[in-house]
Unconditional design. Sequence first.
Length: 102
Amino acid sequence: MKKLMFASVLALGSLTAFAQQDAQSVQGEGTEVVATAQDNYSEIAVDEVPAAVADAVEKNYPTATIDKAYKNEENQYKLEVSLQDGTTGTLYADEQGNWLEQ
């Protein structure tokens, strides 16, 4: 009976350690993806967004408000916007106001 109990505890301990390892690797990957996406953009003031980009937001999303703006070295803009209904989102555009896929 002692051997059966010892084997059960050992098996349970092995499964617990395996589950923890998987959770850590998944968590690490998610953190890395977020950090990589943010590295290319630097925050700028909303009033520094070119008129063409602001006009594109106003034309395509008339109820949107630009909350934060970011710019990268290729003069591409990442815009965090919120709509009147409370939804939020992220838009990407070049300096001429053309939408980019991310």
